[in-house]
Design a protein around this ligand. Structure first.
Ligand code: ADP
Length: 255
C-alpha cells in the first residue's frame, strides 16, 4: 500500500528552563492520497504540534515521518499550510495576495499566474481580484487564503483551526465552501479542530487524541450511506448524530 504520509511511533516533547512538556507519544497513522483526515482532541493536547512535525517545522525526538515513502528531510512532497487567521496583506490586492507564496518561493511563472486567475474564477472571486482584502467578507477572505495555498499545488494541505476566527453561522457556510473546494481539487488534507461537528462534516476519518501527551485514543472512519454529501448535507444526515455521540463519549470519558 502506498501512503502519501506515514507517521510511526512519534514522540515529541518541548524543553525549556522549567523542564520538559511531553506533547506527543506513540503517534502512528498513515494517510492515502486524496484522503481528508480530521484530528480532534482537548485543547492543548498536541494537535498543532503534530501539524508542525508534518510540515517539518519541528523534528520528532523519536519515531519517523515518511512522505510518499521517503524520509521527510529527503522528500520533495510539498506541504501547504492554512491557519486560523487568513494573514492576507491589506495593502495588496486579492490577486497579488494570491500570488504571494509564488513570489516568495520564486515560482512565479506564466502558468502559475494563469492557475491563480483560474482558481479565482472557479471559486467566485474573479470580480474581487483587484479589490483589497478589507472589501471581502470573512468567508471570501478565507477562500482567497485557500487559493493562495492551492496555487502552490501542495501535495498535502494542513488546516489548523482554519474557521475558528469566524462567527458560528459564517463558520458553517465557510466550512461547507472550503470543504467542497478541497474535494473538487482532490487534495489530501489534514484538519485540526476542536469542533467535533466540523470534523464529522468534512473528514473521511477522524483521529481522536487523548489529553497531553497526546496518544491516539481512537480512529473513526466516517461513512455516510449517501455518497458525496456536502459538509452541510452531512450535518443533516441520520448518521451524523451517531458519530457525534460516539466521539463525544471518547473525548469526555468521565461524563
Ligand atoms: P493544541 O494544538 O492541541 O491546542 P499544542 O500542540 O499547541 O496543542 O500544544 C501542546 C502542548 O505543548 C501544550 O501544553 C502547550 O502549552 C505546549 N507547548 C506548545 N508550544 C510550546 C513551546 N514552544 N514551548 C513549550 N511548550 C509548548
Amino acid at each position: 500500500m502506498d501512503y502519501i504520509l506515514e507517521m510511526k511511533d512519534i514522540y515529541y516533547a518541548y524543553h525549556n528552563m522549567e523542564g520538559e512538556t511531553k506533547a506527543l507519544e506513540h503517534i502512528s497513522f498513515a494517510i492515502k492520497e486524496g484522503e481528508f483526515i480530521a484530528i480532534v482532541g482537548p485543547s492543548g493536547c498536541g494537535k498543532s504540534t503534530l501539524l508542525h512535525l508534518i510540515a517539518g517545522l519541528l523534528e520528532p525526538e523519536k519515531g519517523l515521518i515518511k512522505l510518499n515513502g521517503r524520509y521527510l528531510r529527503d522528500s520533495s512532497t510539498s506541504i501547504g499550510y492554512m491557519l486560523q487567521k487568513d494573514e492576507l496583506l491589506e495593502w495588496r490586492t486579492v490577486y497579488h495576495n494570491v500570488l504571494l507564496g509564488l513570489e516568495i518561493q520564486h515560482m512565479m511563472t506564466a502558468k502559475a499566474k494563469a492557475k491563480a486567475r483560474e482558481l479565482l474564477g472557479a471559486y467566485g472571486l474573479e470580480h474581487f481580484a483587484d479589490s483589497k482584502p478589507s472589501e471581502l467578507s470573512g468567508g471570501m477572505r478565507q477562500r482567497a487564503a485557500l487559493i493562495r495555498t492551492l496555487v502552490l499545488e501542495p501535495d498535502i494541505l494542513l488546516l489548523d483551526e482554519p474557521f475558528s476566527a469566524l462567527d458560528y453561522q459564517t463558520r458553517l457556510n465557510v466550512g461547507d465552501d472550503i470543504g467542497q473546494i478541497i474535494r473538487k481539487e482532490k487534495k489530501t488534507a489534514i484538519l485540526v479542530t476542536h469542533d467535533l461537528s466540523e470534523a464529522i462534516s468534512l473528514a473521511d476519518r477522524i483521529l481522536v487524541l487523548s489529553d497531553r501527551p497526546a496518544t491516539i485514543r481512537q480512529t473513526v472512519n466516517i461513512v455516510f450511506e449517501t455518497p458525496h454529501l456536502t459538509p452541510l448535507e452531512r450535518r443533516n444526515a441520520p448518521e451524523f448524530k451517531n458519530y457525534f455521540n460516539l466521539i463525544w463519549k471518547e473525548l469526555n470519558p468521565d461524563e
